[in-house]
Design a protein around this ligand. Structure first.
Ligand SMILES: [Zn+2]
Length: 243
């Protein structure tokens, strides 16, 4: 795994910005793995996608993660600070493309949710999101040999499928034990690397564009020339320019 260069980061930002969250995460992955097709990367299970994003983020911006989450009890902004290694799940055995569960007389075969499913969810209404993902991922559901619609699966069967999905692709869900310093409320705060990394890239890109603008205006250098310059050298020129 290598870090993304400045031209690659800026290219991913440009490619991802018209999309919703899943498309943006995919743009970052495509920049890191140009040798793999976007279709192939979109079919990676969400947890596997996230473990790759974590690795690219660690190489590009470092291992430390610092963010703010609102306390669900009092609304206070609470700091989350941890290392990428704290939330990295060790890769288990390779997961077959189609998994199966048997529960309450039902036999269900399904695949793990991927970026295509998240994109479909992001484009649709919020309500019924879990069922919508399920409807896309269930390959076959039968009860006593008869096909069953995904929408008619009992809650216990749905739960069994979701538990099996989580066990097979554990990096898809990251939660951190958090306590609010203001009201002492304790909860498990969800952390989404795709969203977090994109926000960082956006902040970085906006700052970098300003730097390119300043240096290009002053010296007439091209964007390409300025972007391949080391950040250290760019800062020295910006200091000389008095910005
Ligand atoms: Zn609180």
């Amino acid at each position: 795994m290598r870090s993304l260069t400045a031209p690659e980061l800026l290219g991913a930002w440009e490619a991802g910005h018209p999309h919703s969250g899943p498309g943006r995460a995919l743009a970052l992955l495509c920049a890191a793995w140009p040798e793999r097709s976007p279709g192939e990367l979109a079919r990676l299970p969400v947890g596997l996608r996230d473990s790759l994003l974590l690795a690219v983020r660690e190489q590009t911006f470092g291992a430390e993660v610092v963010g703010l989450v609102p306390c669900p009890a009092c609304g206070e902004q609470v700091e989350l600070a941890f290392q990428v290694s704290d939330i990295r799940v060790s890769p288990g055995a390779p997961v077959p493309e189609v998994l199966g569960v048997e529960c309450e007389g039902h036999a269900v075969r399904f695949r793990l949710p991927d970026s295509r499913d998240l994109a479909a969810l992001a484009a649709g209404p919020e309500a019924g999101g879990r069922r919508q993902v399920l409807a896309r991922c269930v390959v076959e559901a039968r009860r006593e040999g008869v096909d069953v619609e995904t929408g008619e699966l009992p809650a216990a069967v749905v739960r069994a499928i979701e538990e099996a999905m989580e066990a097979a692709d554990p990096q898809a869900r990251v939660e951190l034990s958090t306590q609010c310093p203001a009201c002492a409320h304790a909860w498990a705060a969800a952390f989404d690397i795709a969203e977090y990394f994109w926000r960082e890239v956006e902040t970085w890109a906006q700052r970098t564009l300003r730097e390119v603008h300043t240096l290009a205006s002053l010296y007439g250098w091209s964007e390409e020339h300025i972007l391949v310059m080391s950040p250290w050298k760019r800062q020295r020129y910006l200091e000389l320019a008095g910005t």
